[in-house]
Design a protein around this ligand. Structure first.
Ligand SMILES: Nc1nc2c(ncn2[C@@H]2O[C@H](COP(=O)(O)OP(=O)(O)OP(=O)(O)O)[C@@H](O)[C@H]2O)c(=O)[nH]1
Ligand SMILES: [Mg+2]
Length: 397
């Protein structure tokens, strides 16, 4: 959508400006959201390990969702099912009920074909990392397992070896688990990224009170082995490390601020403030995608964003961004036009407020999140956070 700059300028309620209706902004939102999610691509993980080692539990702990239960599974090769999460940015190859030996050989053969086939496809269709799981209580690592890890690595796949269900007490890991890990490491396997076994426990053991640990290390190691193009999708998909999401979002906001400052480099008459909207819509869409909020709820999000950006939330019928201007840190605006600084500050305030809305949504459980995203609370919170930004700005200046 292009918005023609208006010939009119001046302060006060805009008149004779190109109209940017709520419906138009909503349409723009949906389109930009779809683009932002498509841009994330997909992070693909393959998870191997004997039946019961805790593959599903571990995937659940890191990605906050049972991909196998919620995704659509398609058998890839014998014993290997590919689940594409409905959100689109996470795919998991799960070797359910996998045992080493002949089943392992069949999987390796199938994988070899798969990897060869994928080589010519887009990166987001390839397997980016493998987690090979060993349960600590098994206390033995068979030749067939060793062979399997080597075969996976020989296909060019980075294999992270994970020990699961490891008990610990007062920050101290069960010494036999450490010993077992050292034994595996001594075999000289091609373990990514540093040759170490990652010790984990993905669920609190209610009997022994053994805490959850090791997941952040596993995630960091996963980042270390994947191609850079898969990072955005992993950041959106994982739920462990909110700091990584925040960092990605901060970069998105900064880019949008730069664009807005460019738009305002020649000060924009208030009446043409709508010129800032498309950039803000893109920013909001990208923030939503970066946090990994469910894109199938995008309709509710689009509505909320449109209501606020078209001023509907605050002054029905009044024009777009002008109604938002009063929210920017510092409050009232001097002069009769939006400068680069004001355009940037406004965009930043909108981005930060939207980021807080997304973080609130993430803090809820699945049911609560669905309910929140489908309610007018999204708009209310967005406006509330914008007001807080304004108060904060006033207090400072
Ligand atoms: N305490 C504790 N229990 C775990 C952990 N991981 C898995 N479990 C339990 O072990 C059992 C098997 O876990 P799953 O995650 O289903 O194992 P899986 O590897 O997906 O098994 P298959 O799908 O049959 O191949 C479940 O009862 C889990 O609750 C863990 O890290 N800690
Ligand atoms: Mg499973």
């Amino acid at each position: 959508m292009t918005i023609e700059p208006s010939a009119t300028s001046g302060t006060g309620p805009p008149s004779g400006t190109p109209d940017l209706s709520k419906a138009q902004v909503e349409g723009m939102f949906e389109q930009r959201l779809a683009e932002a999610f498509a841009q994330l691509g997909c992070f693909n993980l393959a998870v191997f390990g004997k039946t019961g080692v805790g593959k599903s539990t571990l995937v659940n702990a890191v990605f906050g969702r049972d991909v196998a239960a919620t995704g659509v599974g398609s058998p890839v090769t014998r014993g290997l099912v590919y689940y594409r999460h409905p959100d689109g940015f996470l795919g998991v190859y799960d070797s359910e009920g996998f045992e080493t030996g002949t089943a392992g050989d069949a999987i390796v053969d199938g994988l070899r074909r798969l990897v060869a086939e994928h080589r010519t496809r887009a990166v987001h269709e390839q397997i980016h990392a493998v987690w090979y799981l060993v349960r600590w209580s098994d206390r033995r690592f068979e030749r067939a397992q060793e062979q399997f890890v080597r075969e996976l690595a020989s296909l060019g796949l980075p294999v992270i070896v994970v020990m699961t269900q490891v008990p610990s007490r007062d920050g101290e890991v069960h010494p036999e688990a450490t010993e077992f890990a050292q034994y595996i490491e001594s075999l000289g396997l091609p373990i990514s990224p540093h040759g170490h076994v990652v010790l984990t426990n993905a669920l609190v053991d209610t009997f022994t009170n053994s805490p959850v640990f090791g997941l952040q290390t596993l995630l960091d190691d996963t980042y270390a082995v994947i191609p850079q193009v898969a990072e955005a999708a992993l950041t959106a998909a994982q739920v462990l490390d909110i700091g990584r999401k925040k960092k990605a979002v901060a970069a998105i906001i900064n880019q949008a601020v730069v664009v807005a400052a460019g738009v305002g480099a020649t000060p924009i008459p208030f009446a043409d403030a709508a010129l800032l909207v498309p950039n803000q819509v893109t920013m909001i869409a990208r923030i939503t995608a970066a946090y990994g909020l469910p894109p199938n709820k995008s309709r509710a999000l689009s509505t909320a964003g449109a209501v606020v950006l078209t001023g509907g939330a605050t002054m029905a019928g009044r024009y777009a961004v002008t109604s938002l201007l009063k929210f920017i840190p510092g409050g009232a605006i001097a002069g009769s036009a939006i400068s680069a600084t004001v355009a940037g500050a406004l965009t930043k305030a909108v981005g930060m407020a939207w980021a807080r809305v997304c973080e609130h949504a993430l803090s809820l459980d699945d049911a609560g999140r669905d309910q929140f995203l489908n309610s007018s609370q999204v708009t209310e919170r967005f406006v509330g956070y914008l007001k807080e930004a304004q108060r904060y700005g006033r207090g400072k200046t």
